[in-house]
Design a protein around this ligand. Structure first.
Ligand code: XIL
Length: 386
């Protein structure tokens, strides 16, 4: 059925390709020539996949872990998403283990929901990732008036003991520190203006890793960041700053084990350079760090509304990115930020101006595999073994 549909689409594109492209251009359906070129280039692209085996198995064959964040606080009541996660994923990320979700007041913790996800993953033999212990964002309202330079370290220690402690021995990895670099802030070493930096100084990063290592010595400890994927001066400056941060941490003996490349990709971004990505990953790997693709999705905000066209462009972006990324053998995991288009942060954070539902993930809103799924499957099938 899927193949038949593809063949029909292909015929349509091949037959009407140029005409449709030009027509669409003049009716303003395409925003720019690049997108038209992408469509023309992608129409001959064959996103065929052999067999139907799930992504986790294709990944495992290459020594990789495939997983997803579920992007809903309510997985308990969505059995169809549970089924899809168990089917496709070897790893689950309850990506809401953030301060504002866990700490309703300064002296209480609510870990009930987190516990459910951990049990769900254990029951279904999935690995778990924790996200995230230290971030400038998602801090509870009480934080500002309660935490000060005198008590900040105590708050951080207590948080890590309580949260990482609760799940000690159960987490494959923790995003210990998230998004600590933001070069445009103009601070030394490209550090981001963050409450943690104000409260504890630049050593808050080292402190967070050391504390987590004490509390959960088995977990792989990850520094996670975004905005590093493209061949632009902004991303280049950030890559340099992240690399320097990782170098400093390693040289001072901070227990950091891996780098998390969020990978929120833009469907309309022209400046992807596979060699730049490989070079960056090589540099990270040469510090003795593993690499995880931690929050992969493709933002389709500026892509044409037509679903066939959009899915094709999104699939192309996935395959181009992953085939470059997986060339680096230090990459050990690929994690989507959400599995199904029904549950994605992008509906809220990067909605389309035409109001059409976004389609950034491998499964559609009805948990059916899309062309993006094929693209990821192909990237795994073609990846070198690690
Ligand atoms: C997003 C979640 O998916 C949303 O549900 C939440 O409201 C906001 O945060 N980078 C990160 C993630 O590290 O924590 C963010 O997750 C997406 C961007």
């Amino acid at each position: 059925m899927y193949n038949k549909l593809l063949t029909r689409r292909r015929t349509l594109y091949l037959g009407l390709g140029t005409l449709a492209g030009i027509g669409a251009l003049t009716t303003g359906k395409f925003i720019n020539n690049f997108q038209q070129n992408q469509v023309l280039a992608n129409q001959d692209r064959n996103f065929k996949v052999a067999g139907k085996i799930p992504l986790k198995e294709r990944a495992a064959r290459k020594g990789l872990i495939y997983g997803a964040d579920c992007n809903t606080l309510n997985l308990q009541s969505v059995p169809e998403l549970q089924t899809a996660l168990v089917q496709e994923c070897a790893m689950l990320v309850p990506g809401f283990l953030k301060w504002d979700m866990l700490r309703p007041t300064a002296d209480s913790f609510n870990l009930t929901r987190g516990d459910w996800y951990v049990e769900f993953a254990e029951k279904n033999r999935m690995l778990l990732r924790g996200h995230t212990l230290v971030w400038h964002d998602a801090l509870p309202r009480w934080f500002k008036e309660t935490v000060n330079k005198q008590n900040a370290q105590q708050f951080l220690e207590q948080h890590i003991q309580k949260v990482a402690g609760r799940y000690a021995g159960k987490m494959h990895s923790w995003d210990v520190v998230n998004e600590a670099i933001n070069v445009p802030d103009g601070l030394p070493n490209g550090l981001r203006k963050s409450p943690w930096l104000d409260l504890l100084g630049p050593d808050y990063i080292d402190l967070a890793f050391r504390l987590t290592a004490q509390v959960d010595p088995q977990a792989m400890l990850v520094y996670n960041d975004f905005g590093l994927e493209y061949d632009t001066p902004k991303d280049e400056a950030k890559r340099t700053a992240v690399l320097k941060l990782l170098e400093r941490l390693k040289s001072q003996g901070t227990p950091v084990h891996a780098f998390g490349m969020q990978s929120h990709l833009f469907g309309d971004e022209t400046r992807f350079n596979p060699q730049k990505l490989r070079d960056f990953f090589r540099n990270v790997a040469s510090l003795g760090l593993k690499i995880l693709i931690t929050e992969l999705d493709v933002i389709d905000r500026k892509l044409p509304q037509d679903i066939d066209v959009r899915d094709r462009i999104v699939a192309g972006v996935y395959e181009d990115y992953l085939s470059a990324a997986l060339d680096e053998k230090a990459v050990i995991a690929v994690i989507n930020w959400g599995l199904s288009d029904r549950y994605t942060w992008l509906s809220e954070f990067y909605p389309r101006s035409d109001g059409a539902p976004v389609r950034p993930l491998p499964l559609d809103a009805n948990m059916q595999r899309k062309l993006a799924w094929n693209a990821i499957a192909r990237a795994f099938d073609n990846a070198p073994k690690r």
